[in-house]
Structures are given as structure tokens and as C-alpha cells.
Design a protein around this ligand. Structure first.
Ligand code: TA6
Length: 282
């Protein structure tokens, strides 16, 4: 089996591992503690999604606006991106991967999508982690896409965390199949799959690890909160036994009616910045 091209490094007390396939930042640890989570059962195979890290979902999210798009989360996530820049300074490392329409010829799901695009994914790594997805329309026709930075965070116990910053926001509950409004902090008591109609800094308060994780979006419109819980995770071969309790997805997204409609020659940028902080005065 062809191995994936891996990029890893240590900077500012943090350690990261990424793969050229999908421009996929697969894990990020701060002072030895995982912040961006990856499954111990993750697969690292050509054309296969990696369970964890920050998958780049493009040019659609989940099954797309009509619910019929495949593969889930689009073809960029498992496409052969090219590392075009790598700066390894003392304080920060910066890696940039690129994907153009010419690179996606023959990829499942890419056949019916235009090829007049150039994507760049930059991972800017230091005491914090900033991931930026830039999409340029290199053609004469409009380019329409959804996008998400599908961040898997490491938590002590998902049943004990609170997610702050989404209070009062409307959301679509994909588990219950209905719209609702968030009352107070988000607390998870079962499978949770919610697309919040708000893009704002979100704090995951983690009493078990005695820390808070902050995800700050730029250029997004929605925040997705997801945990599969025991049954769904148990049905996934790349989720280890009980691993579901140690992860929570907080995703930075442009989806649905807020999909990007990019005019010829224009560029759209979306960033997710991930930071760890102590717990504020409780
Ligand atoms: O982002 C949430 C979600 O769309 C869930 O509905 C679930 O399908 C999850 O993504 C799957 O993520 P995966 O990495 O397995 O494609």
C-alpha cells in the first residue's frame, strides 16, 4: 500500500503531524497533550479519509445541499495536494499546500465539478494553530461551493464539557431532523450533530483536562458541533473502543444558503484558529 507523504515537526512547545493528501493536519499537541484529536484506529491510505485532525471539506459539506453528493464532505479531503511552501522558524512553522482543478482529474466526485479553481491550505503553527483555506476562481464563470474546516478536538470526557459561545443561536439538529434554538451552553447527552447559524469564537470548557479550547473562525457563517456517541462510533472501523468520549468536533463552515458564490478571478478565505487556555474563573 502506498504510504502517505507525512510532514511533522515541533515548534513553540507543540508537535504536529500533517499529510499532503487532503492538506490534512492530522494531530496537534501542546506541551505533550493532544489538542487536535486523531483516532488510534485512523487509516492512512491513499484515497481514504483520516479519522480526526482537521479534514478540509470542499466543494461541499456532508452530502451537499441536495443530500446526494458523494463522497461525503467533497473530494478535496482525499485529493493529492502539493506542498508549495514550508517555513520552519523558531517561533512558528508555516506550511502551505495547493490543489488545482488539474489535480482532481479522475477523483471520485470531481467529474461533475468545474476545474477552474486553485485551493491553498495554510497551517500556521506556534503556540496556537491557524488553518486557512483560500479558494481562487481561476475561470470566467462563477464558482459555487460549500466549505468546512472539520476540526476534531481532544477532550477529557465529552459528557462533561460545555461549549460556550452558541447561546441563543438557531441550529438545524441533524439527529432529530428539526430546527431549534440553543438555550445556554451546549452540553452533550447523546449523539449530537448540529449546524449552528452562527460563526463566532467558541470555547470548549473541559473540566477533566482542566483547560479550555477556543476555536475562532474568520470568513465562515456556521459552526457545526458533532459527536457520534457510542453506537455510531462503534459502527465505524476507524473509531477505537470508547474513543468517542475523548473527542468533539467544532467545525468552521460555509454551508447551505451561505455557500460561497465566487466571481471570476475572486478569492475567498476561511480561517479556524485553535488555542488552548486555562479555565476562566468558574
Ligand atoms: O460534520 C458532522 C458530519 O457531517 C456528521 O453528520 C457525520 O457524518 C460526520 O460529519 C462524519 O465525518 P467524517 O469525517 O466521517 O466524514
Amino acid at each position: 500500500m502506498t504510504a502517505l507523504t507525512q510532514r511533522s515537526g515541533t515548534v513553540a512547545g507543540t508537535r504536529y503531524t500533517a499529510y499532503d493528501q487532503g492538506a490534512h493536519l492530522a494531530q496537534w499537541s501542546v506541551e505533550g497533550a493532544p489538542v487536535v484529536w486523531v483516532s488510534e484506529q485512523a487509516r492512512y491510505a491513499v484515497g481514504e479519509p483520516i479519522r480526526g485532525g482537521v479534514p478540509v471539506c470542499w466543494p461541499w459539506f456532508a452530502d451537499g445541499p441536495d443530500g446526494r453528493h458523494r463522497p461525503a464532505h467533497g473530494f478535496a479531503r482525499t485529493a493529492p495536494w502539493t506542498l508549495v511552501e514550508q517555513e520552519q522558524g523558531r517561533a512558528r512553522h508555516r506550511l502551505t499546500w495547493q490543489l488545482t482543478g488539474a489535480d482532481t482529474d479522475g477523483l471520485p466526485g470531481a467529474q461533475t465539478y468545474p476545474t477552474h479553481f486553485r485551493l491553498a491550505l495554510t497551517a500556521d503553527i506556534g503556540p496556537d494553530l491557524a488553518l486557512t483555506l483560500a479558494v481562487r476562481n481561476t475561470g470566467d464563470d462563477e464558482l459555487v461551493f460549500e466549505a468546512a474546516l472539520h476540526t476534531y478536538l481532544a477532550v477529557g470526557d465529552v459528557r462533561q464539557v460545555e461549549v460556550l459561545g452558541l447561546e441563543g443561536a438557531g441550529y438545524y439538529d441533524k439527529v432529530l431532523g428539526r430546527h431549534a434554538r440553543q438555550e445556554g451552553p451546549v452540553r452533550l447527552e447523546g449523539e449530537t450533530d448540529r449546524v449552528y447559524e452562527r460563526s463566532a469564537a467558541v470555547v470548549v470548557d473541559d473540566p477533566v483536562q482542566d483547560r479550555q479550547l477556543r476555536v475562532t473562525p474568520v470568513g465562515a457563517t456556521h459552526t457545526v458541533v458533532w459527536n457520534p456517541w457510542a453506537d455510531k462510533a462503534g459502527a465505524m472501523a476507524d473509531f477505537g473502543e470508547q474513543e468517542w468520549t475523548g473527542m468533539l468536533c467544532v467545525e468552521t463552515a460555509r454551508v447551505g444558503r451561505d455557500a460561497v458564490r465566487l466571481a471570476a478571478g475572486q478569492e475567498h478565505r476561511m480561517t479556524a484558529r485553535i488555542e488552548t487556555t486555562g479555565r476562566d474563573a468558574r
